[in-house]
Ligand binder design. Sequence first.
Ligand code: SAH
Ligand code: SF4
Length: 371
Amino acid sequence: MINLLDLDAAGLVALFADLGEKPYRAKQVSHWVHQRLSDNVAAMTDLARPLRERLADLVEIRGPTVVSDTTAGDGTRKWLLDVGAGNAVEMVYIPEDDRGTLCVSSQAGCALDCAFCSTGKQGFNRNLTTAEIVGQLWHANRALLANGISAPWVDQGRAPITNVVMMGMGEPLANYENVVAAMRVMLDDNAYGLSRRRVTLSTSGLVPALDRLREDCPVALAVSLHAGNDPLRDRLVPINRKYPIRELLAASVRYLDRAPRDFVTFEYVMLDGVNDSDEQARELAALVRDVPCKINLIPWNPFPGAEFATSPRSRILAFQKTLIDAGFVTTIRKTRGEDIDAACGQLAGRVQDRTKRQIRIQRAAAHTAAH
Ligand code: SAH
Ligand code: SF4
């Protein structure tokens, strides 16, 4: 069975060409799947019955398998999705007054092993398919509508999710083909119709893939910088040993002449005593002086077994002030959904811990029984 969530517009056109059908069928089906959020070919009443019957034998619309679905006190909602072989990924919905943002995962685990990241600590399992990436958006829209979400744009007939950030688990540029196909569906007017400025890709800095993205599918860009010099970044973001800061900054500037926004967002996670001094703020300011950018300071989210601590609030504010005084638009990410661990890789990490704990408990029980 072909999962229709796996196909971008070109893929759908090819499917209907194979069936000897006209290309406009692809648009009709795209509207059903991504706009009406249908999961059933039989319900596509503007297709002739014989075509629906043929399709029913060939295709399915299969969304993610939800393991858990939790809403925090502030409305942030997090889903844990089963992706097989004991692995799970997460997606997070962040409601704001003027938009609904979905934080989407691109891989089960991540091979890049950043020192402060719980996804990295889980190791790499596999790339998500296009269907698994698009399915996150499809499912979130369906679930929010089913729960009767109230938002001005939803009342006007638009979908609940207005913005996507590729900032969940995984490095999106390490799963290039599937991520680009999925983003094309997000941007397609016959599918989700999001503007390029409302889709943001966050990368730890895979320079060749960033140059490809500039040609293939430029969307808003966030770059995870986290350090103002190579020795420190080598330690925090090991991919820096392959693509050092200068190359990454040059690629970011190249990207901008195709990008839908005229600045890059630099993400900078605040680690107590590691990268958060005033001197390091000045070093960062000097480093990115010639890059049109905004800087987003992220209070580090702790997880069990990590060797870091979050910078105190007063330190983050002082770091921010140094950057603002140097002329940079600098924001501090609001922590959302703290009561449900709605941060990068956190919940899936806990589930793995839980599984390990269960195995330990079972072993201990077996041990006791044997004596
Ligand atoms: N792999 C991509 C996108 C996913 S991570 C990237 O690294 O950019 C999204 C953001 O969350 C990145 O800026 C990442 O550095 C940050 N992050 C990872 N672990 C974090 C943690 N424990 N606390 C706060 N931010 C974290
Ligand atoms: Fe991977 Fe991003 Fe985590 Fe680094 S921060 S390990 S690139 S998910």
